[in-house]
Design a protein around this ligand. Structure first.
Ligand SMILES: C[S@@+](CC[C@H](N)C(=O)[O-])C[C@H]1O[C@@H](n2cnc3c(N)ncnc32)[C@H](O)[C@@H]1O
Length: 243
């Protein structure tokens, strides 16, 4: 595979001899090449090889995701996880999505499950703009409430049946925020982490238990989502915390 198709754009990582020839692939109208990632904003250099512009609408599992491929990450490796979480959400739940991005999880949950409310928090203004667009595109304004800013400051407290922590970085530093967002009796968190093979599941489970400060923790599921880098995995742990 030369690259990945996002919406109508073939996104390449390196040059190909005949980019025009890629238009033969059904649904592909434009071709871009993403280069080095520069600067504090971590934006990639972009060469538009065929066509104009880098904004598109990607469709996945009957949901629409508008994004600019030069500014926003789209991970095909997370497709199954997006549907797995969607299938777990029960009717009437309140969900807090701490790291919402453009609505990677919030949108499919709102479209396919029957939650009462989803609070979707996103710190990056560009991603937040697309989150708002995607809420409208998918007609889920009645369910999804977008919130711009740091989830550490803005996450609602004591409301959630389920908290999504779909970010890998310093995610463990937000475990307290996730636990505080849960209802008084507790609830479920979906905690993501990038972990070296040797610590796979051990470290994330330990971190969840430590943050839960003596409350009862039941590990419901542990799963590798994808390889993050050689020897390092992107994992998710589902945990029920009872208070
Ligand atoms: C990249 S997305 C995760 C990708 C997603 N799991 C998928 O399916 O492709 C994570 C988002 O978390 C946002 N983020 C990071 N730190 C945050 C914080 N403290 N508060 C709110 N959003 C944050 C980032 O801006 C980013 O848009």
């Amino acid at each position: 595979m030369k690259g990945k198709v996002i919406g109508d754009i073939m996104v390449l990582k390196r040059d190909v001899k005949d980019p025009q020839g890629l238009l033969k692939i059904p649904g592909v109208n434009r071709v871009v090449k993403l280069g080095r990632i520069n600067g504090a904003m971590r934006e990639p250099e972009v060469d538009i090889l065929v066509g104009e512009g880098t904004e598109t609408v990607h469709r996945e599992n009957h949901c629409f995701f508008k994004l600019d491929v030069s500014k926003i990450m789209w991970s095909k490796g997370n497709t199954n996880e997006r549907m797995r979480i969607t299938q777990l959400v029960q009717e009437g739940e309140t969900v807090v999505d701490l790291f919402a991005g453009i609505g990677y999880f919030s949108i499919p949950i709102a479209v396919h499950a029957r939650p009462e409310k989803i609070y979707s928090i996103e710190i990056n203004p560009v991603a937040y703009g697309y989150l708002c667009d995607n809420i409208e595109l998918n007609k889920v304004q009645d369910v999804v409430e977008p919130i711009i800013g740091n989830c550490g400051d803005l996450a609602p407290v004591g409301v959630a049946d389920r908290v999504l922590m779909g970010y890998i970085g310093n995610t463990h530093q937000y475990l307290d925020v996730a636990l505080d967002a849960l209802k008084e009796e507790g609830g479920i968190i979906h905690y993501h982490e990038s972990v070296p093979d040797k610590l796979k599941f051990k470290r994330p489970v330990e971190r969840i238990k430590k943050a839960s400060k003596g409350f009862e923790v039941e590990i419901l599921n542990k799963k590798v989502i994808k390889m993050y880098s050689p020897g390092v995995y992107h994992v998710v742990v589902d945990a029920r915390v009872n208070r």
